[in-house]
Design a protein around this ligand. Structure first.
Ligand code: ASP
Ligand code: MG
Length: 405
């Protein structure tokens, strides 16, 4: 008998029929002798609908009120799911994030979990009930309702699994697992049976859209085995686990794509100490999330710095660059929103030479120009024109032998 956290995303509880299918699955798991804690997202697109409503009533969106509004979505699904489970003859009780003992900091709309006091969930389990917890929310140290950032129900599920010492955290979604590439971009993408936490983190950070990055970091830190699977087919899915030292790792496990970032470039930058520090300090102060950074080798005392930021941060980044350019005497700032990134991820890359060469050759054969490059020990990313990203991913998927037969 195991303790299992089962998290159901928005599409998995999208309407009353999906909710009943979820309830049947939870009841089945209980009848198999397991204890289950359920975590739910808001139904379908309801979080987006609430955001749109907020836009209509005002241009002022105090973060505290936004959190009050958005947490309503998960409250609806938690109550409905608890009712549906009861309808299956298994006792269930719903809990808001606050009732579930999830304490966060006061950073509204993107709060971090500080502590979890899962006493009420344990008591419910001891009484033979299935606790159904509203994902994505908690209560701040100031006793206000908070949210954990978009996609935050994944974090709720992993954090509860860690706090309760669960045996596994199952993330149910509308895809059958983690794929070697986005199947909408690469029809020949394959489902992976197993990926390591490190690989999954690189994938989540470079455009893999299955799991929120923070939830994977959290799972790795607390050693919570994750399983991503479909609530439409219920087939086994993908395990995200610690690297297995007895197994040979795939050189390249997956290829991700991302067109959510923009590139900024400062030209004619004086090549002297402190220039990069000034620029990136100011970006940090404004909370701009910088990703890839490339600085050219200086010639004649001048250099160029390019970096990428999420498109949502591009206006703030531009303002700062313009100001810093004046301050340091850089000649020119350009913004480019037509970029995309393609990345290879694979734990086996560490011990296989030639991966980078094959990546560059493949892009060259397709006439795709590389504008920026960045690497980690298990990832290589190239920035290319956004409209070339799809072709690049497909070509690399074939070149690295990932295509399904
Ligand atoms: N409902 C929230 C969102 O759409 C949280 C989640 O689904 O994980 O972002
Ligand atoms: Mg989600």
């Amino acid at each position: 008998m195991a303790l299992i956290v089962q998290k159901f995303g928005g599409t998995s509880v999208g309407d009353h029929e999906r909710i009943q299918a979820v309830a049947e699955h939870v009841a089945r798991t209980c009848r198999d002798g397991h204890d289950v804690v359920v975590v739910v997202s808001a139904m379908g697109k309801s979080t987006d609908d609430l955001l749109a409503l907020a836009d209509k009533v005002s241009t002022e969106h105090p973060a505290r009120e936004m959190d009050m509004l958005l947490t309503a979505g998960e409250r609806i699904s938690m109550a409905l799911v608890a009712m549906a489970i009861s309808g299956q003859g298994v006792e269930a009780a719903s809990f808001t994030g606050s009732q579930a003992g999830i304490i966060t900091d006061t950073d509204h709309t993107r709060a971090k979990i500080l502590e979890i006091h899962p006493g009420r969930l344990r008591a419910a389990l001891d009484e033979g009930k299935v606790p159904v917890v509203a994902g994505f929310q908690g209560m701040s140290t100031e006793k206000d309702v908070t949210t954990l950032g978009r996609g935050g129900s994944d974090v709720t599920a992993v954090a509860l699994a860690a706090a309760l010492g669960a045996d596994v955290c199952e993330i149910y979604t509308d895809v059958t697992g983690v794929f070697s590439a986005d199947p909408r971009v690469v029809p020949k993408a394959r489902r992976l049976n197993r990926v390591s936490f490190d690989e999954m983190m690189e994938m989540a950070a470079t455009g893999g859209r299955v799991l929120m990055l923070r939830s994977v970091e959290f799972a790795r830190r607390h050693g919570v085995p994750l399983q991503v699977r479909s609530s439409f087919t219920w087939e086994p899915g993908t395990w995200i686990v610690e690297e297995d030292p007895t197994m040979e790792e795939a050189v390249v496990s997956a290829i991700t794509d991302d067109i959510s970032e923009a590139k900024l470039t400062l030209d004619g930058v004086p090549d002297r100490p402190g220039v990069a520090a000034t620029l990136f300090r100011q970006l940090a102060v404004r909370g701009v999330n910088v990703d890839m950074i490339v600085q050219n080798t200086g010639t004649n005392g001048l250099t160029a710095i390019s970096f990428t930021v999420p498109k949502t941060d591009v206006d703030a980044a531009r303002e700062i660059c313009d100001a810093v350019a004046v301050e340091i005497g850089a000649t020119n700032v350009t913004t480019d929103t037509g970029v995309g990134r393609v990345s290879l991820v694979g734990a086996g890359m560490k011990s296989s030479p030639g991966v980078t060469a094959l990546m560059f050759e493949t892009l060259y054969e397709h006439g795709i120009n590389i504008e920026m490059i960045s690497t980690s020990s298990i990832r290589i990313s190239c920035v290319v024109r956004a409209e070339k990203v799809g072709e690049a991913v497909r070509a690399l998927h074939t070149a690295f032998g990932l295509d399904a037969a």
